[in-house]
Ligand binder design. Sequence first.
Ligand code: HEC
Length: 118
Amino acid sequence: MNKLKITLALAFCVSTTVAHAQAPDKGNAAAGRQKAVAICSGCHGMPGTKTAFPEVYSVPKIGNQNEAYIVAALRAYRSGERYNSTMKALASSLTEKEVLDIAAYYAKTDAQSGASGK
Ligand code: HEC
């Protein structure tokens, strides 16, 4: 009986740990800002920006976007679930922490002012 209780307790611990690991962690917006300004703002910093490669393509606005949405989008680009050559390369270059940090930053920022850091 005791053995069963211990097993159940352990199983519970393991499952809550796993659940916690999968819960969207909160990123650090200040750390994300530096990366975002350096890497992302050239395309996502101004309204109506278009990329010229591999084709002329409108860049979506991500400022004030839902944090979980940005994290999900970046993970999807990285895994190939969502495909865009530019974003695949960029998302693949980010660590998981950078993804969370950048998402936290953009969720709090209007990207139109994000480029200038205001
Ligand atoms: C060279 C230009 C360019 C740069 C630099 C760039 N992006 Fe993108 N991004 C795009 C384009 C183009 C799309 C639209 C792709 C598509 O249709 O899926 C996009 C899409 C996205 C999306 C999905 C938006 C949506 O509405 O679904 C997110 C999130 C995103 N980018 C985040 C970032 C982050 C974070 C960075 C910096 C690490 C970054 N991007 C850097 C061009 C760029």
